[in-house]
Unconditional design. Structure first.
Ligand code: SIN
Length: 343
């Protein structure tokens, strides 16, 4: 090409490139301005009271996000099933009607069978063992078990070990036979009650108090903070301290929502969530004992402790449930949970 013509063409393409850079730059700036100008709304829905480990973790998350991102992100927390019950919240999340939830680990069976591990009776020795399992490689992998369904696990929040409450004193499995117990939507929990010849009824958390008060059911299972904050103890004269199972949570969000967030928002949100979870777990450790004592001090319900022999009867009756669900959960996952019992 002639030198003059080349110089002219090259000036034209430099001008074109500059123009493209300018347009792209201004598009990016206006996208950034757009998200800065339009706050991102994050609805966090849960079913428990605000004065519980999960309730407090949700509020801490809201606080941290406000501190760090100001008005760019608006976190709205809906406790006490105000927005959705746990039976609807995950569907609502996939539709974009709620962005964060933390259902009990017993409520995911429609989405994955693997999380059923957390419902196996008498599996974890104590909450320290639960923590080791959740933070270990298998527990962390389980956070991804919902990905095929479009959901992502962001972490685990503790509540605590469950106890049986009822209208009659329950000490040994035979005392539970024939009684109706409200359970969460979990086949493992159904099998656990069937193993002692009791009648399990899957009902939403928001209905439990009324079901107990009207004696439509005889009893239920929950950790101390739920029994106290939802006043179940006021309509249950007996609570047997069985520590027979776990009630913990997985914080979840929709993969679609998460991926669409601007990078800096996603990073801050994950950091804030990790801190809120750590705070919630500390609350769980402290509040469990406090709420237990408040229930005892109320004098309206009697807390029954069981001895080693009685405990052995419960274990013997309920342990066969492990075998029943081993295939769905995975023998290796069960083994990893058992290994976590050794510090
Ligand atoms: C919860 O703690 O989130 C509710 C548990 C239940 O449904 O019993």
């Amino acid at each position: 090409m002639h030198l003059k013509a080349f110089a002219k063409k090259s000036t034209r393409s430099t001008t074109l490139a500059a123009a493209i850079t300018l347009v792209a730059g201004s598009l990016l700036t206006s996208a950034a301005n757009l998200w800065a100008a339009t706050p991102i709304t994050v609805k966090f829905a849960h079913v428990v009271a605000e004065n519980t480990p999960k309730g407090k973790a949700a509020l801490r998350f809201q606080e941290l996000m406000h501190e760090r991102l100001g008005d760019k992100v608006k976190v709205e927390v809906y406790p006490n099933s105000q927005l959705f019950g746990d039976d609807k919240v995950l569907e609502a999340m996939l539709l974009g009607d709620v962005q964060i939830a933390a259902p009990s680990l017993s409520k995911f069976q429609k989405y994955t069978k693997q999380l059923q591990i957390f419902d196996l009776p008498f599996l974890f020795k104590d909450m320290a063992a639960v923590d080791r399992f959740q933070q270990g490689p298998v527990g962390q992998k389980l956070l991804t078990s919902l990905e095929r369904k479009g959901l992502m696990g962001l972490g685990y929040i503790h509540n605590g070990m469950k106890h049986l409450s009822a209208y009659d004193p329950i000490r040994v499995p035979a005392d539970a036979a024939g009684k109706k117990f409200r359970i969460q939507t979990s086949d493992v929990l159904a099998a656990q009650f069937e193993a002692v010849d009791a009648v399990p009824l899957k009902k939403p958390f928001s209905e439990v108090f009324t079901l107990l008060q009207t004696r439509a059911i005889d009893g239920t299972e929950n950790p101390w903070t739920n029994i106290y904050s939802k006043k179940f103890f006021e309509v249950q004269p007996y609570i047997t301290e069985t520590n027979h199972g776990l009630l913990d949570y997985m914080v979840v969000t929709s993969a679609r929502f998460w991926k669409k967030l601007p990078d800096e928002v996603r990073t801050e949100m994950k950091k804030a969530m990790d801190e809120a979870i750590a705070y919630g777990n500390q609350v769980a450790r402290e509040q469990e004992e406090k709420d237990r004592q408040l229930i005892i001090d109320s004098g309206v319900t009697q807390v029954i402790s069981i001895g080693e022999q009685e405990r052995a009867l419960w274990v013997e009756a309920m342990r066969p449930v492990w075998k029943e669900f081993e295939k769905e959960i995975g023998a290796d996952v069960i083994q990893a949970a058992l290994d976590a019992n050794q510090p």
